[in-house]
Write a protein that binds this ligand. Structure first.
Ligand code: AMP
Ligand code: FES
Ligand code: ZN
Ligand code: ZN
Length: 332
């Protein structure tokens, strides 16, 4: 039986790129120290920050929530969790339950926003009405609602659950399609745009999917083991994942090296061509005079639902007991 390279106890993981075996305790410490190091290397949070952690119910966002709730006490920042109920049948029912259990166990306040309550339709219904792929409508609505909640609670950062495996795939896809201006958006940190959008951080930037899975499992953080039923295993992302994984097999650590080098070069990639503007309906970030959420909902329901979503989120978040803001100079 393999033994932990630190203490000699039975190992639960082989960290190939570091040629180390780790036991349960040292794997947990290792993941936490990697996240702590990335957060400091990429200057993700400062004391006094309010961080919104969107949780899908899956392992990655469960790990982000668990580690951030712990670090928040050490570093002195505030954590609020958000779950969006997408209305994807049983999968969404279980995802919501897992998110509630995780937030409850960690003692983090959780905001739950229902797409059906806001728009009158579930994600699959919206996609059918818009005649668009369900994942693309889902992504659009999630991005909008995450930013909306972050703006309403005056968050300084949104902590997403993308891990190193996800980011290596998305980056390779951007290279292959030559969508180079997408690369800065995949970095460890994006800046806030005052009044329009809250910047994002990715605490799992250098954490492998397997490490994040083991962390959630070994710390007993509740998460849903199932994947969304709409996952397309033939998508370009999933095909690329297979290829990049086989490269990682041959050259352990190649994903982390690529992501670290990309993070250093972010300023060299082209800036997005679309201008930054404000949606005339909801006042949030848009690339024209109407944001994509207001356009989608206007086409489906006859009126843009951004303002209604803002009202609903304002009332949902009004009962949160937020820490008094110390100084808005913390904002980046
Ligand atoms: P995805 O777009 O599914 O790759 O998810 C990216 C990130 O968005 C996840 O790591 C979570 O941080 C967040 N997220 C995904 N689904 C939800 C959800 N239903 N509610 C809240 N946040 C979510
Ligand atoms: Fe959005 Fe699967 S989580 S379609
Ligand atoms: Zn050990
Ligand atoms: Zn809008």
């Amino acid at each position: 039986m393999a033994r932990c390279s630190v203490c000699g106890s039975p190992a639960v993981a082989h960290i190939r790129y570091q040629r180390r075996y780790l036991c349960e305790r040292h794997l947990i410490e290792y993941v936490e120290s990697k996240i702590r190091r990335s957060m400091s290397r990429y200057k993700m949070v400062r004391p006094g920050y309010r961080v919104l952690v969107p949780v899908s119910g899956g392992k990655d966002s469960a790990t982000v929530l668990a580690v951030l709730s712990r670090l928040s006490r050490e570093t002195g920042f505030e954590v609020i969790a958000l779950h969006i109920d997408l209305g994807i049948g049983e999968y969404s029912v279980k995802s919501k339950e897992a998110s509630m259990k995780a937030a409850g166990k960690l003692g983090v306040p959780l905001v739950i926003v229902s797409v059906k309550e806001i728009t009158g339709y579930t994600i699959p219904e919206l996609a059918r009405k818009a005649k668009r792929p369900v994942c693309s409508v889902c992504g659009l609505v999630k991005r909008y609602l995450i930013n909306l909640v972050a703006m309403e609670i005056d968050a300084d950062a949104v902590a997403l659950g993308h891990n190193a495996d996800d980011l290596a795939v998305y980056s390779m896809k951007s290279f292959i399609t030559q969508d180079l201006s997408n690369l800065p958006k995949l970095g460890p940190k994006t800046e806030s745009i005052p009044g329009l959008a809250v910047g994002r951080i990715r605490p799992l930037y250098e954490v492998y999917e397997k490490e994040s899975y083991l962390y959630a499992l070994l710390t007993g953080t509740p998460f849903l083991h199932e994947e969304c039923p709409n996952v397309d295993f033939n998508s370009m992302e999933n095909r690329l994942k297979v290829h990049i994984n086989s490269l990682e097999e041959e050259k352990p650590g190649v994903k982390i090296t690529m992501l670290r080098n990309m993070a250093k070069r972010i300023k060299d990639y082209p800036k997005p061509k679309l201008p930054i503007s404000k949606c005339k309906h909801c006042g949030l970030l848009s690339s024209g005079d109407e944001c994509s959420f207001c356009r989608l909902t206007r086409r489906i329901t006859g009126r843009p639902l951004g303002p209604k979503a803002r009202e609903a989120v304002r009332s949902l978040t009004s009962s949160l007991q937020l820490a008094p803001r110390q100084d808005s100079a913390y904002k980046s």
